[in-house]
Design a protein around this ligand. Structure first.
Ligand code: ZN
Length: 420
């Protein structure tokens, strides 16, 4: 079955049966022009930043390169200067704590209509993996209006799926008990993985993992234990939570093209990467009311996939995200160490339920210290041998075994750094 996302794009753009990659390009560029004009007229940041941009030359996504980037630091510095509507029209504010140098939190604003667009996309995305009459358990927060759980519940109701909001996985056994009998589970990768490695008896039909990146080792780990299909999703607060979702072919994300323009750029030069080449994902919102973002640098590493998807989809897709540039820690003489790579290695071992990582940098050399939460039947000697063989030269390894809480909430996984 062709991804429902493509049908959704055809409907929401009004292109219907005329939808091709080319007609979509033209439609999106018209929307980019409108967004620039809207942002210039309504918010202080873009009034100044885009004052001299001539929108008449914006014919293809290639021409986006004449428009300056918006960086997370710009948002953190003066979030209110991005606001295009009066404060009273803001329905949801998300505060994001960044690990960036400024240390200031970013604030992202949405109107009720912005959130409605997210619900509309979620309803389409979820129909990839669940259908009318089924039950979905959401292992994410949903207590407040417009929280992810609340948005998902509203979206699932539209496609006839009953949703129960459980919240993040704090008590693993409670979450496992709660998940019995559900057709679809939605959650955070490391939390759902913890459940699967603790109890292999659950049999959901599908699982949706939502995060900035999802290691292959976690997808495989959950699929093996629960004999289910794992789907992943790409999105962040800045994309209005939803950005793209895999189809059943599992090759890349079918993108929310009616609300977002995606580019991939070389993180150093800022030039657009050729299709198939890795770079940093850059987004432009096409319909955001409260806080449009124009050429916003996400920090995520991925590439665009062109050509038809095995599902029959014809629009460009985003390949699996390979992690964040900011998380790649250079190790002298030994390349890079990243949480993404470490997750692939450590979660690939069946006895691992969770772990945390700290890199201690000192004059005496680098020490990678892992705290690993394992099941009782894990062969620790073998595990240590495997890690020593696999992890980059340039660090010495320290492993201890203890419980590591599965609950990550909205926090992004990373390697903590300590300088001594
Ligand atoms: Zn597809």
């Amino acid at each position: 079955m062709t991804s429902p996302v493509e049908t959704w794009v055809a409907e929401r753009t009004g292109l219907k049966e005329r939808l091709t990659a080319e007609t979509l390009n033209r439609w999106q560029m018209e929307r980019v022009k409108q967004t620039i004009e809207y942002a210039r007229d309504n918010c202080a940041y873009y009034a100044k930043r885009l004052r001299d941009v001539d929108t008449s030359g914006l014919e293809t996504p290639y021409h986006m390169q004449s428009i300056p980037f918006t960086r997370p630091e710009d948002v953190a510095l003066h979030p209110e200067s991005f606001l295009c509507v009066p404060q009273r029209e803001v329905s949801r504010i998300v505060t994001l704590f960044t690990s960036g140098s400024s240390g200031r939190p970013k604030r992202i604003f949405f109107t009720g209509r912005d959130m409605e667009k997210t619900v509309d996309f979620f309803a389409c995305g979820m129909s990839t993996m669940t259908q009318s009459g089924e039950k979905t358990l959401v292992l994410m927060s949903g207590a407040t209006e417009y929280s992810i759980g609340d948005l998902l519940k509203k979206a699932l109701a539209r496609i006839g799926v009953k949703a129960h909001i459980h919240g993040n996985v704090k008590d693993v056994q409670r979450a496992i008990d709660a998940a019995k009998g559900f057709d679809c589970l939605v959650g955070v990768p490391a939390e759902v993985m913890y459940m699967a490695r603790t109890d292999g008896g659950l049999r959901p039909k599908s699982v949706l993992l939502s995060a900035d990146y999802v290691p292959e080792s976690i997808i495989k780990g959950i699929e093996d234990r629960w004999r289910c299909r794992v789907f992943t999703h790409y999105g962040m607060t800045e994309t209005g939570f939803g950005g793209g979702v895999q189809c059943s072919a599992g090759l890349g994300y079918h993108l929310r093209h009616a609300d977002l323009l995606f580019e991939v750029v070389d993180p150093q030069s800022g030039r657009q990467a050729a299709p198939g080449q890795y770079g940093e994902v850059v987004i432009t919102t096409l319909s955001r009311e409260a806080m449009p973002l124009i050429r916003y640098r996400t920090g995520d590493m991925a590439r665009m996939l062109e050509g038809a998807c095995p599902c029959g989809g014809i629009l460009p897709r985003l390949d699996e995200v390979m992690g964040r540039y900011a998380n790649a820690i250079p190790i002298e003489g030994a390349g890079h160490l990243s949480i993404h790579r470490l997750d692939e290695l450590v979660f690939a071992v069946p006895g691992v339920r969770n772990y945390s990582a700290k890199l201690i940098i000192s004059d005496r050399g680098n020490v990678l210290s892992l705290t690993v939460d394992t099941t009782h039947n894990m062969d620790r000697d073998r595990f240590l041998g495997y890690l020593n063989k696999s992890i980059a030269r340039g660090v010495s390894l320290q492993v201890c075994y203890a419980r590591v809480s599965p609950c990550t909430g909205t926090a992004k996984r990373r390697i903590y750094i300590e300088r001594r």
